[in-house]
Design a protein around this ligand. Structure first.
Ligand SMILES: C[S@@+](CC[C@H](N)C(=O)[O-])C[C@H]1O[C@@H](n2cnc3c(N)ncnc32)[C@H](O)[C@@H]1O
Length: 370
């Protein structure tokens, strides 16, 4: 016997599959606004790949950066980026529809609200540009979604997610992803530190700490705190160079290792895992959590900070974007808070709680006691 929900889904789908239903819904004044919104949403879904490529082009051709300095005449802009006026007109028309740019009188063009917001969001342009790897993988979507990707570009971008041993990655192999992560972290790091006061703590170890951007933020926020970064040897090498330039090499200790193979060093009373667990399958997560629990004293604290998936099926960021991204990358999955709580429980953590963050779409924080 089908449930009420199943019966409703079957009935709704029968209506929506019927072109006569659409015509009637558009003709009836009561349902017309809903029908029009649904038509627009369906068109957006169909055209989304064009929108993302327009965004990519405005960044790649340097248009948004040129407009950062202020409005410019269209012919000057065409000259600066080496485009024909017809091609630039088409791109600007598309970019204006997406609110990336805005036309002004006198054949001039300025940044639009979305273009300005993008520039005000450090790291976002780099994120958009690196999507060319995912875009190339999506061009082979049948192989990707049959689970048989060939020479995946995104998998090559994230060498530790591949089958080979993570520790052997060279500095050249880890620099692109480490730089990308570092560029997008400062604002998120502030959000995490606002959500988790570390006043009573002695030493923070950031596991998978990349170039040390989270620890740099913690260093200026909490002068009393000892800091330790743990990451793969090639990343630690790059982090050490960055910390020397920042004048933080004395303050932040760096430890190289592989958290899937060897125990984490003891001595920290707080461990942070920032954008780490979603990169790993459950076996990897169990290893990392168990190692973190063994490294912490009983009074210690674990901080998990990453985007989580919601419970509904309409969660575009985690449900659509991250699950496809991680599939193409070759490992990992976005998890719900409930799933992480269960994995934390299995690893022996207790008192697990989620704390409020400024931008929950991009970052949620769970705290746990060993
Ligand atoms: C997605 S990045 C996050 C970096 C940083 N926490 C951030 O949010 O910007 C994942 C980090 O985990 C590190 N990592 C991956 N596998 C590792 C392993 N087996 N052992 C140690 N570190 C690893 C990577 O080198 C990378 O720095």
């Amino acid at each position: 016997m089908p449930s009420w929900r199943e019966r409703w889904v079957a009935l709704r789908n029968r209506w929506l599959c019927d072109p006569r239903f659409h015509k009637r819904a558009l003709d009836c004044p009561l349902t017309r606004p809903i029908a029009l919104a649904r038509v627009a949403a369906l068109f957006d879904l169909t055209a989304g790949f064009v929108y993302s490529q327009v965004l990519d082009a405005t960044i790649r051709l340097g248009i948004l950066e040129i407009l950062r300095a202020g409005p410019i005449r269209r012919d000057r802009l065409a000259e600066e980026i080496g485009a024909t006026s017809e091609a630039l007109d088409a791109l600007l028309k598309a970019a204006e529809a997406l609110e990336l740019v805005e036309s002004l009188p006198g054949e001039r063009v300025a940044l639009g609200p979305q273009g300005s917001a993008l520039l005000g969001n450090p790291g976002l342009s780099e994120l958009v540009l690196h999507h060319s790897h995912l875009y190339a993988d999506l061009a082979q979507s049948e192989a990707l979604f049959r689970g048989r990707p060939q020479n995946g570009r995104l998998a090559a971008y994230w060498p530790y997610a591949g089958a080979s041993s993570a520790g052997v990655a060279s500095t050249a192999a880890v620099t692109p992803y480490s730089t990308l992560m570092g560029a997008s972290l400062p604002a998120l790091a502030e959000d995490i530190l606002d959500a988790v006061p570390l006043r009573g703590r002695r030493r923070l170890m950031d596991v998978g700490g990349g170039l040390g951007v989270f620890l740099s933020a913690a260093a200026s926020r909490w002068p009393h705190l000892a800091l330790r970064l743990f990451d793969l040897p090639a990343v630690v090498e790059a982090a050490q160079r960055r910390l020397v330039c920042e004048g933080l090499s004395e303050r932040i200790e760096c430890v190289a290792g592989d958290f899937l193979e060897t125990p984490l060093p003891a001595g920290a009373d707080v461990i942070s895992l920032v954008r780490i667990l979603h990169d790993h399958d459950d076996t990897g997560v169990r290893r990392i959590l168990s190692s973190a629990r063994k490294a912490l004293p009983s009074s210690g604290q674990l901080i998990i900070a990453e985007p989580l998936s919601g419970t509904g099926g309409r969660d575009r960021v985690a449900g659509a974007y991250f699950s496809v991204y991680l599939l193409a990358m070759g490992r990992g999955q976005p998890r719900t808070s409930a799933r992480l709580k269960a994995l934390l429980g299995e690893a022996g953590f207790s008192n697990v709680r989620q704390v409020a963050t400024r931008n929950p779409t991009l970052m949620r924080v769970l705290l746990a006691r060993p």
